[in-house]
Design a protein. Sequence first.
Length: 199
Amino acid sequence: MSRPHLLAAEDPELAPSADPRRSRRRILEADLSGGRQLAAAERVLDLLDEHGAALAERSNAAGHLTGSALVVDHTGTRTLLMLHTKLGRWLQPGGHADGDHELAGVALKEATEETGIEGLRVRVPAVDIDLHLVDHGDALGEHLHLDLRFVVVAPPGAVEKRNHESRELRWVTMDELCALAEDDSVRRLARLGLGPSTG
């Protein structure tokens, strides 16, 4: 596991890459604990062996890579949740890799697009991995997301602005998140990422 550090969008380490070795590296260096996370990582690594670069394409029927961000304020005590437009649930920002195997960069890009916050920085290594079925009610149908999750730190005075992917954005504490978020994986991610050591 690499030493935790923050990267800004312009950092060369986050440059987009079609090379599946980049996503493999991010998974191997992730700060994962517990049997469920380690088993999920093994499954994704097996799928990378089988599908290679195609695993980052949303058209891959076996599933596809996604990057998510637990956006935290500069104190590390609150996180920004979005009320997802299509799913109607409170979730963390994130999205499809769309061919990019630099998953820390994917998580940061998605967080920036979905929150409108300028100056976000992503902390590497990742803190969580989650495999889950998703159905947006479109032509893609039900499909598997192979989601590598990162903490993303907002600068002091950050101003959020939602886009079409959410009905609302809300800064919440851990207690408030537990009352809003129905998804256990969102709660797990918040437990892993909230705290004064996030920055």
